[in-house]
Design a protein around this ligand. Sequence first.
Ligand code: GAL
Length: 627
Amino acid sequence: MKRTLGVCYYPEHWPESRWATDAAMMRDAGLTWVRIGEFAWSRLEPAPGELRLDWLARAIDVLRGAGLRVVLGTPSATPPRWMLDRHPDMLAVDAEGRPRRFGSRRHYCFSHEGYRAEAARMAGVLAERFADVVDAWQTDNEYGCHDTTVSYSDTALRAFRLWLAERYGTVEALNEAWGNVFWSMDYDSFDQIDLPNLTVTEPNPAHAMAFRRFSSDQVARWNAAQVAAIRTHSDAPISHNYMGRVTEFDHFATGRQMEIATWDSYPMGFLLDRVPEGDTLAYLRQGDPDFQAFHHDLYRAVGMGRWWVMEQQPGPVNWAPHNPAPLPGIVRLWAWEAFAHGAEAVCFFRWRQAAHAQERFHAGLLRADAAPAPGLAEARAVAAELSEAPEVEQAQAPVALVFDYASQWAWEVQPQGAGFDHFALTFALYRALRHLGVSVDVLPPDAASLDGYALTLVPGVLALSDPLRAAIEAAEGLVLTGPRTAVTTPEMATPETLGPEVPGLEAQAVLVETLPPGAERPLERGGAIRLWLEHLEGTATVVERCADGTPALVRSGRRLHLAGWPDAVAAERILGDLLREAGVEPRPLPEGLRLRRAGAAEYAFNYAAEPREWAGRTLPPAGVLRL
Ligand code: GAL
């Protein structure tokens, strides 16, 4: 497949007389795609029912006339001010019960039927008018960004009660499932059940977890309405641009509704804002060496193979606590890394730096005065390289890693030990695998087959789905579960067996303890267990112990279970041993160097600020090598 580049553009921000120049410059830089429209509602419909689509039609004409292909976004992330007059109760409400206000974006509650219908109407209007001239669609913009998935509004409450009735059938079944006899929390009817905020102390974790599942389902429902509206008029692929480390809704669920998954990659913003245990000084101008790759692999799974980077940072952003300039060459590296992980396209955000409003300090490919910014030369270089380079192939990786959004919610709802976070645990193991030089496929929690994987990791997964359980039973490779995998039921209860309920694993967690920082439990063979430790009994073989004798890693045949969260030293040793046993030779990498296998080729990336040697070659800082 021919990999391509693109850019995000806001024709409504610039005089119409400028559009043709911009379009010609985009083509000249070698860009293929232009994404437009996703925040333009106030100009597409300045008053209820008064549609003004002609300017957008002219903008699309200009862009297509220059040879660009158009991704059109539906504008529902920015409901215009008049929408609030029509639907005063459409705002999301925070956990303290305060409505969020107009004046930025994403100010809507996913449960509001009226606004959902308006958003689907607008998607339909755009699809009907532009079906012939649009090459791909984007629904909304970054669901869940700015903490907007969960809303404690009255409309959410009404919808939650209906959702509960649907899930549990009777209130007696709900009482039973949640264990409401504890603290006399039994209900007589679904209408008595409130949202789990403003309780005196923590709410029942089953109640809180049900609300998290409901909130995720509302996003899927919301998206489905727009997808259906677009589908009525257009066969072009539909996508959504997910935001890095947004985990409040199940991206696999929305992903299945659409053809392509895209995500928005801001490596330097992420480093200072959301990478668990990132080395912020070493990688200040490069971004974390594993964070982008993890998301690339995650969204390849969400998109069922088809994925893009819809927004790629091209220079300093505006939203991290500090916003340095990228290391020269790193914008090129980021693009090539995405392609090596299978991205079909990489689009830069944004074309020209805005002169107004919240993102005035956010770099574009052009400066605010329309002169080229440093990112443009790197985009141009990648475009030139793409036209010469061999195709980037993709193949199944030797190692699989299961990521599960519901487990993220579960451990937020009931952490038991501060800092136990599914994303952070999964990412720590991903990082260890990458240090060892292996490529990884991320799998959804209902993966039905582990065929072809030498090793599969299932860390911190709340409860195994039926398909995954069957896949583990049938797996010929090694399967490593834990810590905290399958020791809780989907309703946040303790299984009768105590767990871990992993097929074939002869071990039982008889006690769980959690460990504060500084109280890590050293392992006999080096490294330590941190945060969480299950005391395992049973006939499974003990492979590793803590220095005090507590089993840390056990196995029954090809099934292994980690009793605790391994630190980086322990994770690399344990995974290195398992890889070797599974026939995959680990290749510990120099600091900052990363590899990605892409079919017959392998790419090397140097995230370090100093040169690195690999395969007899020297990679300069931000260097990329194809082997
Ligand atoms: C993204 C968002 C864009 C823009 C960008 C700035 O999260 O989708 O609209 O705000 O961040 O980095």
